[in-house]
Design a protein around this ligand. Structure first.
Ligand code: DGJ
Length: 544
């Protein structure tokens, strides 16, 4: 790993994990990624900037494409890059550039014309019967050299224009790499490598991390052998492991070239494949083979030294399990792409609270035309005021996050305003108490039938983030859940809420609003979080 320059954006070790540091302070990306083509025109971006700012974003993810910065070989044009940085500065936003270089979504559609049309110099990957695929082969040294040179020149330019201001805080290297249409590349250059021995570095990584390997890799790896070819060591899974290693090496080399000019954090994003933890259909090649899917995370970690995190693009329903699969092996969680509907407003609490995520970013953010009506705006505004607090508790074990992504079963019966029913939720220990979190949508729907004035909208899935600032004092934020406190062992004492204050954080300081000790909290029995996220500070005590 390279030495870290602490004066520019970087990741630093903090407690049991890592934090993103920007302008000398811990930072959380409350982001949004624009559509692929939006940032290719400054004019097109003009009406988008104010909408992004109104959404409460602190960071925007913007593609920068190889074809537009190097239209002629060796002739660079950074006017677009400069215009995007300027636009972001005007609206107080940070930027993550997405380098659409040799690959974007497993094909090479963003390479310049002079690359795309020269199939001799930049050969395509081939399928098992020798047909050329849409993607340039990752075994092409020419492609690696040309891509690295372009990326290095881009990073040099960013350093020159942004070294003091830190508007650009991170860069994504390529986009959703891997090959489609074949489980591995059959170009002659690839065939030659496939028959060679697996690099010792990979075997060593697997041995060191043997206890924590994902079940899929554990199953295909023939650990009794110390050396051998890809087929000999990984049997039926050889094609994908082989491609993962070589894609990772290529991408790492590109990142290294960029970091040699300006070493800000760099990451790769993943087109998700089947889960590594349960049997799921899906063959490499139907999803990008060799991409950083969760079951290849170990291979990517072993092969890369200039990539700071491997980030999942989560469009699947099982948001929580995907987070779980990527927050392993010391990989800081960043979600660069996810749905932009009302679920995004809830998912962000889970990512930040449960996984100490360094960032979150729905895709196609420029489609949100009325930010004031979108629930993500409410979530981002409240969370951005809490960044100093959240980052203080990252990786300390004193913070939880959750979202009802449909995967929780019914756990307990609760009653609120004489409505009693069995609800979904969970119990967990935090601070000096056991917390009972009940997803309150069904309960609130029922209550609304009885009391039509009941404040219930229920647009967003139940979600929250809770911090134990002390053993008996909590700060909680979120929506559509009911929170109760129980003794740690469940029986030995009675627990009551001493007080609940609503409030806001201003410049990092708590500013108290109403005290809620009457109807709003069942006179100190529970704390109810409505559809709009609000922050509450709660103190509890117990007696026998
Ligand atoms: C994932 C890609 O990474 C994005 O660039 C975009 O193409 C989306 N898919 C579209 O849903």
């Amino acid at each position: 790993m390279m030495e870290i320059d602490e004066s520019i954006p970087h990741l630093r070790r903090y407690k049991d994990g890592k934090q993103l540091i920007v302008d000398g302070k811990p930072f959380i990306i409350l982001g949004g990624e624009v559509h692929n083509s939006s940032s290719s025109s400054l004019t097109y971006m003009e009406p988008i900037w104010p909408r992004l700012a109104s959404l409460g974003l602190n960071t925007v993810l913007l593609p920068v494409t190889w074809e537009l910065i190097e239209p002629k070989e060796g002739g660079f044009d950074f006017s677009l890059v400069d215009g995007l940085i300027e636009g972001a500065r005007k609206y107080g936003l940070k930027v993550i550039f997405l380098w659409f270089g040799t690959w974007k979504n497993a094909v090479s559609s963003y390479t310049p014309e002079w690359v795309k049309t020269d199939l001799e110099r930049f050969p395509r990957a081939q399928d098992s019967i020798g047909r050329r695929l849409d993607a340039i082969t990752c075994f092409s040294k020419n492609a690696l050299e040309a891509d690295s040179r372009a990326f290095k020149t881009l990073m040099k330019h960013i350093r020159e224009v942004d070294r003091e201001r830190h508007t650009v805080i991170m860069v994504q290297v390529e986009n959703e790499v891997g090959i489609l249409g074949a489980s591995r590349d059959h170009h002659p250059l690839a065939e030659e490598c496939f028959d060679q021995d697996v690099p010792e570095e990979l075997i060593e990584y697997l041995r060191i991390n043997e206890e924590r390997l994902n079940p899929y890799l554990r199953c295909i790896w023939r650990r009794e052998k110390d050396s051998g070819t890809w087929r000999e060591l990984f049997g039926v899974g050889a094609d994908e492991v082989f491609m993962a290693w070589h894609f990772a090496r290529f991408v790492d080399n590109v990142a290294a070239a960029g970091k040699s000019e300006y070493p800000i954090p760099m990451y790769v994003n993943a087109w998700l494949g089947p889960s590594a933890y349960m049997y799921e259909e899906g063959k490499p090649g139907e999803y990008p083979s060799g991409g950083p899917v969760s079951r290849m995370l170990e291979v990517w970690c072993a092969a890369t030294h200039h990539i700071d995190t491997i980030a999942p693009d989560i469009y699947r329903e099982d948001f929580c399990s995907v987070c779980d699969e990527y927050a392993r092996l010391g990989n800081p969680l960043f979600i660069p792409e996810t749905v932009r509907d009302e679920r995004s407003a809830s998912y962000v609490f889970h990512a930040l609270g449960r996984y100490n995520a360094i960032g979150f970013s729905p895709f196609g953010i420029d489609d949100i035309i009325e930010p004031e009506k979108h629930p993500l705006t409410d979530s981002y505004k409240v969370l951005s005021s809490m960044i100093p607090l959240i980052t203080r508790y990252q990786n300390t074990g004193r913070m939880i996050g959750f979202v009802d992504d449909g995967s929780y079963g019914y756990t307990h019966t609760v009653s609120m305003w004489r409505v009693r029913m069995r609800v979904r939720g969970f119990l967990c220990k935090l601070g000096g108490y056991r917390l009972q979190v009940s997803f309150a949508k069904e309960l609130a729907e029922r209550a609304k039938m009885i009391w039509p004035g009941f404040p219930y909208e229920g647009r967003t899935p139940a979600a929250g983030l809770i911090i134990a600032v002390d053993d008996d004092t909590y700060i909680a934020v979120g929506m559509n859940f009911l929170l109760r406190f129980l003794p740690l062992d469940g029986f030995s004492s009675s627990v009551e809420i001493l007080w609940v204050d609503e409030g806001i954080f201003k410049d990092g300081e708590w500013v108290r609003g109403r005290r809620l000790n009457g109807d709003e909290t069942g006179h100190g029995s529970w704390v109810y979080f409505e559809d709009k996220p609000r922050i509450r500070m709660i103190k509890v005590h117990s007696y026998t």
